[in-house]
Ligand binder design. Sequence first.
Ligand code: KG4
Length: 339
Amino acid sequence: MKILAFESTCDETAVAVVEDGRKILSDQIFSQAKLHAVYGGVVPEIASRSHVESISLLTERALESAGIARSEIDAVAVSYAPGLIGAVLVGVNFAKAVAATLNVPLIPVHHIRGHIAANYLAFPELEPPFVCLAISGGNTLIIDVRDYTDMHILGATHDDAAGECFDKTARVLGLPYPGGKPIDELSKGGDDRRYAFPVGNVAGKPYDMSFSGLKTAVINLAHHAEQTGEELDRASLAASFTRAVSESLVPRTMQAVRECGYGQLAVAGGVAANSRIRADFQRAAEEQGIRLFIPPMRLCGDNGAMIGAQAYYEYLAGTRAGADLNAYASMDVSQNYPG
Ligand code: KG4
C-alpha cells in the first residue's frame, strides 16, 4: 500500500511516499530554518506562508522521485496535531484536496506518533510493545507504546520541552536557531563537569520532568558573567548543560523500561540527534541488557516519511478522516481520531 504523506506542523514542509509503513519511496523536506533564524525562533505566520509556497512543488517532487503515477497512490496521510495551528492547517487542507482529487482515503496522523514511527522505517524488526522517549522542539514524553495505535503517557515535561531548552540556551550563547545542533558541536571540546546545573524532578511523579530551572540557571550564569566581566568557558557550558538534560532524560526513561518489562526502548524526535544523549542511552541500554532503537539523524527531525509510516498502521486500525478534518494545536498522543 502506497501512502502520500504530508507534514507541516512547524517549520519543515515535508512530503513523502511510503510503502506498507516501512519502506520510503521518496522523502522531500524543505526546512524553513533560515527564514526564522533571524528572529531567533519560529514565527508562526512566516511558517504558514512558507508552507503554502512550497507544498505543491514538494508534492510534485515526491511523486517524481518515487517514480510513481498519481493513480498508484492508495491513501493520503497528514499530520493534523499538535503544532502551530496556521502551519498545520496548510497541510490538512492540502491533503484533503489531494485525497478528494485522487478519490482515496484520508488518514489523520498525530505528529508525535509519526516521530515514534520513524523507528519503523529505520528498524524493520521493531514492533510494539516498547517504551518510547519522544524529545522534540515542543514535546518531551515517555510513552508506553502498547501497540501501533494504543499508547499511554507515562511521563511528560511540566514546562519547557527538551528541544526548547536547547534552543533557549543556544540563544543565550549567541548561537543560531535551531540551537540543538550548534550546542552539540560546541559541547564536544568542553568539560561537562565545569558548571553545575540542576536536574529537575517532579515530586511523586518519577517519569515527569522539568526543564525551566535548568533554563533559568543557564540564563542567570550568562547574565552574571556579563555583569562581572567573567569570560565563560562556552564549550564547557554547552557540555555541562547537555549533561544535565541527559541526566534528566536517561535514568527515568530506563526506569520506565524496567517497569514496563518490554526490553525495548525507542528514542524519537529532533533532540534524539544529540550525540551525547545517544551515547548515554547506548551505554545505559547495554548495562540494562535491553534493545535500543534510535533513528538515523535525518529521520529524527520532522519529515513526511514518519507520517506515512504511522499512517499505514492507523489505516489498518480503521482510522479515516472526512472532509471535515480539522487541525489542532494540542492533542494527547494517546487519543485516537476522532477522539
Ligand atoms: O522533532 P523536531 O525536528 O521538531 C519538532 O517536532 O519540534 O525537533 C526540533 C528540535 C529543536 O529544538 C532542535 O534544536 C533540536 O530538535 N535538535 C537538537 C539536535 N538537533 C536538533 N537538540 C540537541 N542536539 C541536536 N543535535
